[in-house]
Design a protein around this ligand. Structure first.
Ligand code: DGL
Length: 268
């Protein structure tokens, strides 16, 4: 199968949180067109069973394939954790997830000894990060923590709220007591927590977010496969959501950080 390198990249997530990955992709690959699908009608994925997440992930990928994308980026950590190998077997185009790039960035610092992972219940239950780290560095100790309260706080815009700090303190305490040197932010939404986490942790703990590492990984893949877009025409960004509301639109702006065209309604 020949892939058209001028075609857009496809990106999907359970909702609009994956726009943090789009933001990172646009920074690193400014000449690429992107078609984004947010499955807002069926979110959250983080609390769903592995079978359901896999089924949703196949439908999301099929939607992007039907829109003639050249590769698919699974921006959702939960979908990556449960469905990535299945998607890679099912579809004949490059499919990239967020876990492997996150692990790569975590282990890039060879001094890493103890890694804390914050993510949805589904991602933690899958042990995707823990296994991927153990495969490469069996000596590194990992500690996963399901942090389901964080997505609602972020979606409510309570990023600087003292209640968020209280919740974070509670979630982080066991990991900090065990002396983690690195914290993986294993969820689409968590890059927005960078400022508060930096404030709380100082430089005691290295923070790894999967959005920027995933974008860097995608760039390397496109270069290696000769799939970079060369056209001088302005690249496009299309955002499709399975359910539309003004709240999603406002959130999408917050995650992406700038204005975009009209959101399209997706039917899977
Ligand atoms: N996108 C999900 C993730 O990165 C978080 C939101 C959800 O649970 O659907 O795991």
């Amino acid at each position: 199968m020949t892939i058209d390198n001028q075609a857009p990249l496809g990106v999907f997530d359970s909702g609009v949180g994956g726009l943090t990955v789009v933001r990172a992709l646009r920074e690193m690959l400014p000449n690429e067109s992107i078609i984004y699908l947010g499955d807002t009608a069926r979110l959250p994925y983080g609390s769903k069973s592995p079978d359901t997440i896999r089924r949703f992930a196949v439908e999301d990928t099929q939607f992007l394939v039907d829109h003639h994308v050249k590769a698919v980026v699974v921006a959702c950590n939960t979908a990556t954790a449960h469905a990535l190998p299945h998607l890679q077997k099912t579809f004949r185009m490059p499919v990239i997830g967020v876990v492997e790039p996150g692990v790569e960035a975590t282990l890039a610092d060879t001094a890493t000894q103890r890694v804390g992972i914050m993510a949805t219940a589904g991602t933690i239950r899958s042990c995707a990060y823990q296994h991927a780290i153990a495969m490469q560095r069996p000596d590194v100790i990992t500690e996963g923590k399901a942090t389901p309260l964080l997505v609602p706080f972020i979606e409510e815009g309570w990023i600087d709220h003292p209640a968020l700090e209280l919740v974070l303190r509670e979630y982080l305490k066991p990991m900090l007591d065990h002396g983690i040197d690195t914290l993986v932010l294993g969820c689409t939404h968590y890059p927005l927590l960078m400022p508060v986490l930096k404030r709380m942790l100082g430089n005691k703990v290295r923070l790894v977010d999967s959005a920027s590492t995933c974008a860097a990984h995608t760039k390397r893949m496109l270069e290696a496969e000769n799939l970079l877009r060369t056209s001088k025409a302005r690249p496009v960004l299309e955002i499709h959501l399975t359910d539309y509301s003004e709240q999603f639109e406002a959130l999408a702006h917050r995650f992406l950080g700038y204005e975009f065209g009209k959101i399209k309604k997706a039917v899977l």
